[in-house]
Design a protein around this ligand. Sequence first.
Ligand code: SIN
Length: 492
Amino acid sequence: MSTNLEQQARALIRTDNFIDGQWVGAASGQRFAVTDPATGKLIAEVSDSGRVDARAAADAAAVALPAWRATLPGVRAAILRRWHALIMEQSDALAALISLEQGKPLAEAHGEVAYGASYVAWFADEATRIYGDIIPQQHSRKRMTAIKEPIGVVAAITPWNFPLAMIARKIAPALAAGCTVVAKPAEDTPLTAIALVMLAHQAGVPNGVLNLISASRQSTVEAVGEWLDDSRVRKITFTGSTPVGKYLARESANSLKKASLELGGNAPFIVFEDADLDAAVKGLLAAKFRNGGQTCVSPNRVYVQRSVYERFSKELGAKVAELRVGPASDPASQIGPMINVRAVEKISRHVEDAVANGALVLTGAKCLPDLGPHYYAPTVLTNATSEMLLCNEETFGPVVPLFAFDTEQEAIQAANDTPFGLASYFYSQDVRRIDRVSRALETGIVGINEGALASEAAPFGGVKDSGYGREGSKYGLDDYLSIKYMCQGELD
Ligand code: SIN
């Protein structure tokens, strides 16, 4: 990364909480360190918030709610459009900031800025399309209508793997719907989220409508606990792990908050013998190695029909061995560092377990300490089996395990044999099989001869232990709205 670009990124850094339109430190005065995953070096120290700060944020959001929900949809849309324009104006600096705190190569970080901004533009338009219904008349003197209203104060809790896109796709629909927001970004990557909120303020989001606090791993339970206990917070939206999602669902049950939970994936990727194998290799590379495998929709289990297994593994292994690993600051890097030491430990544990149980290493399978403590080589393993850890848990790293199968039925059964159900992928050129398999896969998202699924116009979300609720698309607004039925009587 050039010095100039790093300076632009640093110019966007704010380290305080943003509550009621003001920058304020945590009430305790405590701060925690945000570090560069490529080098371990300190980038900034941000507020370590607890209950008092979370309550102040919720107070501001509750006070701001009546005026914001009464704002004309066109006014909300105009503010969102200005926010979108400011994000795009700052695209270079935001991308550099994402790379700095998350480690994503710069080209990918640019992609994330455009991706996150696309949700803001999308929901700016959707703000003006919140229709209700006049229900066809059932009684002679009654008129029945249904309207959609903002659900209220929304708590948004976001992950580190897409520090900009995940918070944008929660805040934008909430604001479009007329909700106010309290947000807490992941402790590893709060700086991009804070910068995004600053730009929203510059775009004209009124004081109190959007509030953000940062908290360390240790303080998060307390800070988020405050929102879970607060009955004024009517909705919780979370992207992250399944255990945390289940905890949030349980703990918010007392005040019956609406929840959107986008949780773990363990995605299957099936290659049938009638597939275009080159396209399948290309699609797998795109889906698997985006953000170094650190995505919820990353293929975690790759099932290849036995008749094409060898050819496919060879082609894939050769391409994966060519991937360039390095810091985001090097424009040639395709895979950056993993987010932290815990992530590298999990990847190593999965690979070691697989090898101990009979997997063969085609490429990779090692840490890269010369680059830094958070780097792991892109890896392809053959002879993977269902007993291995990497079949049953998300690895969240650059590891492709290849499983062989014989029949379509066997592949579908193996693909669905998991508690998770976010995304699945398959490659085939047989139209009947495409229809059968896409209906049989138990996931919220299916990629058919396609590895790049993300779009602001599409409903993103899972089934089973991958959660519920949808983000993006025309459906994404419903999660922030409640339906009011009105029955007017005594009509002539
Ligand atoms: C995620 O990893 O949670 C989101 C990925 C995406 O939006 O494609």
